[in-house]
Design a protein around this ligand. Structure first.
Ligand code: ZN
Ligand code: ZN
Length: 373
């Protein structure tokens, strides 16, 4: 049952490029098909930083920051089935909306995420409506989301870890198992060992990759990458990454090469690492107005003679039913989320700013913000 408007607080970004400010917010009861959630933890993702700099995928500012959260359902709106108050949930922006062109033609894994529920959250100071990052808004004490975005979590799972499956971990794992369809015995390269790349590495290992080449500019990340399943590492600060991957594979190339950097030139690099009929997977959100150059018919690794594919993975191309499997991997330890949480912080502007700084400096895989009641 609804309990009226809740006075909470959250990380507000007034306009594109503006600083993060923790402010009082008013969180209204959920409408039809919606749930209201008290958040307990939220990761800080590259896409939060991207949204501050470049815009919230078409939604207006001010923005309630965050899209990688977990918490407990407070109440549910009319016409909600299968989820109830006190359920523990991860909020997943990357589940199908059921309404976009891809969903309507029966391709929900390529959903355009056309979430259309109205904002239920306002700034307490001005009354302005707040739009959550990627329709969620998880760096807050409370938020309201579509019921389909609230995925029930098993009792054994730690919300401060499985919150990463709201974005980074599901994006990386899904890029390997859903988009790249890594198969047992495959040879795989992962370029970029942040939160998403670390999860892609683990997804590829769980899917049975026999050879797993981890690539990054920061050599300090390689020990963790090896613990997550990397069999080889390439230091992109000292080696040409395409030449190194081709050398490591006897110039055969890899079956699946996953880009987890958001740097457009890396897309061309992963395509040039591929062997015959190889699959390049691009995950990172590129800067606006980017273009990619692919070697089409030149030397080793040229895309046309290789019969190569390039696929864009949108949030890991996930369906709601994937999450039960992934929560199971987190609980049984095959998906090591604990090692991905490099640091923790509180719901304060300095802690969120520090999380961005450390992420951009390559010092952390993830910072998780703990949200107290
Ligand atoms: Zn859709
Ligand atoms: Zn994200």
């Amino acid at each position: 049952m609804s309990t009226g408007t809740i006075e909470g607080s959250g990380a507000v970004v007034q306009a594109m490029g503006a600083p993060v400010v923790i402010e009082p917010i008013l969180v209204e009861p959920p409408g039809p098909g919606e749930v209201r959630v008290r958040l307990t933890a939220s990761g800080v993702c590259h896409s939060d930083h991207w949204a501050i700099r470049h815009g919230n995928w078409g939604a207006p500012f001010p923005m309630l920051l965050g899209h990688e959260g977990a918490g407990v359902v407070v109440d549910v709106g009319p016409d909600v089935a299968g989820i109830a108050p006190n359920d523990r949930v991860v909020l997943a922006w990357g589940v199908p909306c059921g309404a976009c062109a891809s969903c309507l033609r029966g391709a929900p894994r390529k959903c355009g995420h056309a979430w259309s529920q109205p904002s239920r959250i306002a700034r307490a100071t001005t009354g302005e409506r707040l739009e959550g990052t990627l329709s969620l808004g998880t760096l807050a004490t409370h938020t309201v989301v579509h019921a389909a975005q609230a995925i029930p979590v098993p009792a054994a799972a730690d919300l401060s870890r499985v919150c990463l499956l709201g974005c980074g971990a599901s994006t990386g794992v899904g890029a390997a198992v859903n988009t790249g369809r890594v198969w047992p015995g495959a040879t795989v390269a992962v370029v970029g060992l942040g939160g998403i790349g670390s999860a892609a590495l683990q997804g590829a290992r769980i899917a049975g990759a026999a050879r797993l080449i981890a690539v990054d500019l920061v050599a300090a990340k390689f020990e963790l990458a090896r613990s997550m399943g990397a069999t080889d590492t390439v230091d992109a600060s000292v080696e040409d990454v395409v030449a190194a991957v081709r050398r490591l594979t006897g110039d055969v190339g890899v079956d699946v090469a996953i880009e987890a950097t958001g740097v457009p030139s890396v897309v061309g690099q992963v395509m040039a690492m591929l062997g015959s009929a190889g699959v390049g997977v691009a995950i990172g959100v590129p800067p606006p107005d980017s273009s990619v150059t692919v070697d089409w018919s030149g030397g080793s690794g040229a895309a046309y003679p290789n019969k190569a594919s390039l696929l864009v993975s949108d949030g890991g191309d996930a369906l709601p039913e994937d999450f039960a499997t992934w929560f199971g991997w987190a609980v049984d330890g095959s998906l090591d989320l604990d090692s991905m949480v490099s640091r923790e912080g509180q719901l304060t502007a300095p802690d969120i700013d520090e999380a961005f700084r450390a992420m951009l400096a390559g010092e952390v895989v993830r910072t998780v913000i703990r949200i107290e009641p």
